[in-house]
Design a protein around this ligand. Structure first.
Ligand SMILES: *[C@@H]1O[C@H](CO)[C@@H](O)[C@H](O)[C@H]1NC(C)=O
Ligand SMILES: *[C@@H]1O[C@H](CO)[C@@H](O)[C@H](O)[C@H]1NC(C)=O
Ligand SMILES: *[C@@H]1O[C@H](CO)[C@@H](O)[C@H](O)[C@H]1NC(C)=O
Ligand SMILES: *[C@@H]1O[C@H](CO)[C@@H](O)[C@H](O)[C@H]1NC(C)=O
Ligand SMILES: *[C@@H]1O[C@H](CO)[C@@H](O)[C@H](O)[C@H]1NC(C)=O
Length: 951
């Protein structure tokens, strides 16, 4: 009886408990409705301190339904927010705890923004959440152990943040987790072992942290469902257990750059689904000198990528290497202590794109069978002991873009068939024993970016045709026996950054045209027989940071202007008859030139931009100059950062599939801009590179007849103020250009946004950038490229606020005509369009210059030419013309007139604008004292700089 009673009491209390729970649950449901959701989202909006496109500011307004807000999806029945996706909005701010109140949320995607601070623990308790993506922000703190509350979670992506601490072992308790990506953070400690046993996990990406420990060595390394395992760039150690072959679903295994040691399991080929095997830069070895594990890999029929670089394998390449999957695209066995000959059987791997065998002890010749690797794009055999000649068969590799053979014992001549390698972008033959002349056909490789033939025994003069290599970035011919004069045509290499011709027998003068090598950063002509004087034209080489002219027979005065002010005695020693300043340890010059021109420039702060406008217009803006100190210094350091490596981006090729993946199937939310021709998507590739993809409308796509051919031309057009065309992708009804990504949006955004203000110097810099780009398009090509649609929204700004003109050459793409005047009626944008354009449809370089003038006015007045005040006869141009110079304050953008009164010294620095051919900046001491800047826009019919004006 007593027992029954107590039982029933238990039942009662249990029921009561249950009821309480139900009530509590009901209360929770009642208190969470769309209003809660709205409050949570408005809290998020409040925590955003920078919203460059004002998307949230304009769209997330409380007078419209939450479910219509951008980035929000609601459930049709419950009217609750189920998706919050504001990826790639470039938002800066923090995540408020209220976000955890979105109690019906299944997808939370905040990726690719600039969010910082820690993730509130309320987020980790959202038990409806299935997808969580914070990839690519600046989030910090540890990954909370509350994470086990996310009982529905399928995918957690927190890659590329600054999370620290250990990975909570509670993660292994998540019952449904399929993907965990915590790469590129500061995580430490040992990876919780239970993670290896999770029965749902398919993807585990922990690349680039500081995680340590070893892989579980017994059968408990089961990873039964894992398809992708990426532990690269950590501190993992120990052996690769042979039980890893239990992970039979594995397609992607990347363990590179750790300290794994021991043998690579000879059973590794049991991973039959393997496509990617990355073991580079560990201390792995092979159990046999015939590299048996390689033979085992022949069982992996889907293999596409094998990277063993930087492991002390210490063996020979077996001929069975030719039995590897024919689908193999990348094979890296560099720096592996491999001896013996290169087995010709490698040539069976007919789909190879990249083959890297450098830094070994390989002997014998380069197999002539390599000519069969028809798809090869990169071949690196550097630093071995290869002998024999350069096989002509290598000239069959029509797709080769990088050939690296330096540091071998190759001999004979550089073959003339090299000119067949029309895809070649870089060629390294240095430190061999080549003895010939440089074949004349070599100079027809018009697209080559780098070549290094140094430390050989090459003879003969440099060909005049060197000027053909218009896109060349780097050239090294040092330590050969070259003779003769340096041809003046070398001045045509406008992109050349690096030139080393030291230790040859070159003679004659340094051509004056060296002053045209405007991109040059490093120049070494030392230890030759150069004579004559150093051309003063070289003072214009704004980027020249290293100069070595030592040990020649140069004479006369060492220039002292421009970057020459920074060079020391070392640059000039060993030239008996040079004269100059005492610090250069040369004799003093007899007569020193007066440098009056220099002083007069410092007198006036006057910006003269010369425009060939048909209608005279003069804007003289005299501003009470109260803006902030100028940041010229920052800018010039930025300029020289354009390193040689970045140009490698030009080598990339993309498939439609890659673009599809990178943009989430061209999802609406990846769109970063729209134009008359189509849409522009922002995307990040798997390797982290950011790109923009311009996809042409279908009807436009059909008009782009010679798209591919034209793209090839555009890809070669390179200027720091033009958006770089990285690649193109086209088939019958899909045409796209892959472009450089510009993180700061367009000039249009900046001019007409209320949040951000460009100061006068930023505006000026931007307009100078645009002018440089335009000058390049109009004059630096055999047929001028006309932009046709110059306007602020086509001027994009990179992270350093350097302007890059976009959409150039689109007109060219659309017309397929090369004439400098062509007919079109559809291209330009009203307001920026030159009058003659409207009437006859004639397009010429002049119409671009007209549009430039209009844009210049817009930039300083902040008035769009389409502003509603401009009606009838009154246009922006007339308005500016009428009101200047007397009513300056009415014309100029008001924000330029506000701010503190600071100027003078810093502004004088800005005199060093030098780079642009069409601008000149000078400072009057008088106007500077008065704190005034005068800006003059003159009409003229030429691009040449007009004489310095005094005021
Ligand atoms: C949401 O809940 C709050 C109280 O929890 C209530 O005041 C409000 O009316 C509810 N709103 C809607 C739309 O149901
Ligand atoms: C909503 O409010 C904003 C200002 O908060 C206003 O600009 C906008 O016009 C309003 N929209 C509607 C549809 O009422
Ligand atoms: C917010 O953006 C969405 C999606 O672009 C759009 O449909 C909606 O009309 C916008 N709402 C406002 C108030 O601008
Ligand atoms: C190079 O190309 C020319 C013309 O296409 C061809 O005749 C020649 O055989 C090629 N040489 C080699 C070595 O491939
Ligand atoms: C001279 O060198 C200094 C320090 O490296 C640098 O800041 C400055 O810009 C250089 N001057 C010129 C004219 O290149």
């Amino acid at each position: 009886m007593e027992r029954n009673l107590s039982l029933s009491m238990i039942t009662v209390s249990l029921t009561y408990c249950l009821l309480l729970c139900l009530v509590a649950a009901a209360a929770a449901a009642a208190s969470n409705n769309i209003t809660t959701d709205q409050q949570a989202l408005l809290a998020l909006k409040d925590h955003i301190i920078y919203d460059p496109t004002s998307l949230l500011a304009h769209n997330w307004t409380s007078n419209t339904s939450v479910c219509t807000w951008i980035g929000i999806t609601c459930d049709a029945n419950s009217h609750r927010v189920t998706t919050l996706d504001i990826s790639q909005f470039n938002l800066q701010g923090t995540i408020p705890p209220q976000l955890g109140n979105l109690s019906s949320l299944t997808t939370l995607n905040l990726s690719h923004n600039r969010l910082s601070g820690s993730v509130p623990s309320s987020i980790y308790t959202m038990h409806t959440l299935k997808f969580l993506d914070f990839t690519d922000n600046q989030l910090s703190g540890s990954v909370s152990s509350f994470v086990f509350n996310m009982s529905s979670i399928l995918v957690i992506r927190l890659t590329n943040n600054i999370f620290s601490g250990e990975i909570p072992h509670e993660i292994a308790n998540l019952p449904n987790l399929e993907a965990l990506a915590l790469g590129i953070n500061n995580l430490v400690g040992v990876l919780p072992a239970p993670i290896f046993n999770m029965s749902t996990l398919k993807v585990l990406i922990l690349i680039n942290n500081s995680l340590s420990g070893s892989l579980p060595s017994r059968v408990d390394l089961s990873l039964p469902t894992v398809e992708q395992l990426n532990l690269a760039l950590n501190r993992f150690s120990g052996t690769i257990p042979s039980s890893i072959t239990n992970a039979s679903k594995l397609t992607f295994l990347e363990l590179g750059a750790n300290t794994f040691s021991g043998f690579i399991p000879n059973t590794i080929g049991n991973l039959r689904n393997l496509k990617w095997l990355g073991l580079a830069n560990n201390s792995l070895t092979s159990s046999t000198s015939k590299l048996s594990f390689l033979s085992s890999l022949a069982n992996c029929k889907k293999l596409r990528f094998v990277n063993l670089i930087g492991n002390p394998l210490d063996g020979f390449l077996p001929s069975s290497i030719g039995n590897l999957s024919v689908s193999l695209e990348t094979l890296g066995i560099g720096n592996c202590s491999i001896s013996g000959n290169i087995p010709p059987a490698i040539s069976n791997l007919s789909n190879l794109l990249t083959l890297v065998l450098d830094g070994n002890k390989l002997t014998g010749p380069i197999p002539t069978t390599f000519g069969q690797l028809q798809k090869l794009q990169g071949l690196d055999l550097a630093f071995n002991k290869l002998v024999g000649s350069f096989p002509d068969e290598l000239c069959h590799l029509a797709r080769l873009d990088q050939l690296v053979l330096f540091g071998n014992k190759l001999s004979g001549s550089i073959p003339s068939c090299l000119s067949n390698l029309t895809s070649l972008r870089s060629l390294y033959l240095a430190s061999n024993k080549f003895t010939s002349v440089i074949p004349s056909t070599f100079w027809s490789l018009k697209d080559i970016l780098f070549f290094d033939f140094s430390s050989n025994f090459l003879v003969g003069p440099l060909s005049l045709d060197i000027g053909n290599l218009k896109v060349l970035l780097g050239i090294s011919l040092s330590k050969n026996n070259l003779s003769g004069d340096i041809p003046a045509t070398i001045g045509g290499l406008k992109d050349l950054q690096f030139m080393d011709l030291a230790y040859n027998r070159l003679e004659g003068p340094i051509p004056k045209s060296f002053g045209d090598l405007i991109s040059l950063e490093v120049l070494n002509l030392s230890n030759n027989k150069m004579s004559g004087s150093i051309p003063t034209s070289m003072e214009k080489l704004f980027y020249l940071g290293e100069l070595n002219l030592s040990f020649n027979k140069l004479e006369g005065e060492i220039p002292s202007g421009g970057t020459f002010a920074n060079f020391t005695a070392e640059s000039f020693m060993g030239n008996e008859f040079l004269c100059g300043l005492p610090n250069l340890q040369v004799q003093p010059c007899k007569v020193s030139k007066p440098r009056t021109e220099h002083k007069s420039r410092k007198k006036i702060l006057l910006i003269v931009i010369v425009l060939p406008l048909s209608i005279a217009l003069t804007i003289a803006i005299t501003l009470a100059l109260k803006s902030k100190p100028i940041e010229c210094g920052e800018r010039s350091t930025v300029l020289s950062n354009d390193s040689i490596l970045s140009s490698q981006a030009t080598l990339r090729r993309f498939s439609y599939l890659e673009l599809l993946q990178a943009t989430d199937n061209f999802a609406e939310n990846s769109i970063i801009g729209r134009g008359g021709f189509g849409s522009v998507y922002g995307a990040r590739l798997e390797d982290g590179m950011k790109i923009a993809i311009k996809v042409f409308h279908r009807q436009c796509a059909s008009a782009l007849k010679s798209f591919e051919a034209e793209c090839e031309v555009l890809k070669k057009i390179r200027h720091r103020n033009l958006i770089k065309v990285i690649s193109s992708c086209s088939n019958d009804d899909f045409k796209a250009l892959v472009l450089e990504y510009m993180s700061n949006g367009s000039l249009g955004d900046w001019l007409h946004s209320s949040n951000y203000v460009l100061n006068i110097f930023q505006r000026l810099n931007i307009m100078i950038d645009v002018a440089s780009a335009l000058e390049y398009l109009h004059f630096d090509h055999s047929t001028p490229i006309i932009h046709c649609d110059l306007k602020p929204s086509n001027v994009l700004l990179d992270e350093n606020m350097v302007a890059h003109l976009s959409d150039f050459g689109i007109a060219k793409l659309l017309s397929g005509e090369d004439e400098s005047t062509m007919r079109t009626k559809t291209l330009a944008t009203i307001g920026y369009m030159a009058p003659e354009y409207g009437i006859g449809g004639e397009v010429s370089t002049k119409s671009d210059v007209y549009s430039y003038g209009i844009m210049l006015m817009e930039t300083f007045t902040k008035k769009k030419p389409t502003d509603e005040i401009f009606v009838g006869e009154l246009s922006l141009k007339h308005w500016v013309n009428d009101l200047l110079p007397n009513s300056l304050v009415e014309v100029v953008d008001k924000t330029l007139l506000s701010g503190e009164e600071k100027h003078s010294a810093a502004k004088e620095q800005c005199l060093l604008f030098g780079r642009s051919h069409i601008t000149m900046l000078t400072l009057t001491s008088s106007t500077a004292k008065a704190g005034q800047l005068s800006l003059q826009v003159h009409s003229n019919h030429s691009y040449s700089p007009s004489p310095v004006q005094k005021s």
